[in-house]
Design a protein around this ligand. Structure first.
Ligand code: GDP
Ligand code: MG
Length: 163
């Protein structure tokens, strides 16, 4: 059985972009419209000498009823149950939002280990958002740029502790 990492987080933080980068193929749909990914996608990811199964949890937006928060909660709980490790992504440029806080709350209560990553940090951007992210109670956020491939060395180090 392969090690499973679920990428979780609110719409538009860059989950599908990171998924595609780690899988090396465009299996997930990336779009500026929040919630565009309709189903959950799994792929075989490679990072250095690590290989693992990665889950893009966007499917949580597919349910037709309930508030966005309620739907995300259901999807996140499903992902947590299925994964060995959760990667909670936030958008460092947008800062911490109430939805980021509800994700953190769910993840803090779960026994599944969590890595907090602050995306969209290319070129040192998003410093204020990164500082805010400490209040999520999940430790120091790992600065990343899924789009530009920055921070992958630190992501490797973080994942290597679990894989
Ligand atoms: P998802 O809804 O969390 O799956 O987010 P997407 O992967 O669909 O990305 C949402 C938007 O953020 C798209 O316009 C991406 O191009 C953009 N994006 C993703 N990663 C980065 C990044 O590292 N830096 C910047 N500046 N934009 C990003
Ligand atoms: Mg997506």
């Amino acid at each position: 059985m392969s090690f499973k990492v679920a990428i979780v987080g609110r719409p538009n933080v860059g989950k599908s972009t990171l998924f595609n980068r780690l899988v090396g193929k465009k299996l997930a749909l990336v779009d500026d419209t929040p919630g565009v990914t309709r189903d959950r996608r799994e792929g075989e990811a490679r990072l250095g000498d690590l290989s693992f199964t990665i889950i893009d949890t966007a499917g949580l937006e597919e349910a037709a009823t309930g508030t966005l928060e309620a739907r995300m909660r259901i999807g996140t709980e499903r992902a947590i149950a299925d994964a060995d490790l959760c990667l909670l992504l936030i958008d460092a440029r947008a800062g911490v939002t109430p939805l980021d806080k509800s994700f953190s709350q769910i993840l803090r209560k779960s026994p599944t280990p969590v890595i907090l990553a602050a995306n969209k940090c290319e070129g040192g951007a998003g410093k204020a958002g990164r500082m805010e992210a400490y209040e999520l109670g999940l430790g120091a956020p790992l600065p990343l740029s899924a789009e530009h491939g920055e921070g992958l060395g630190d992501l490797y180090d973080a994942l290597a502790q679990f894989a």
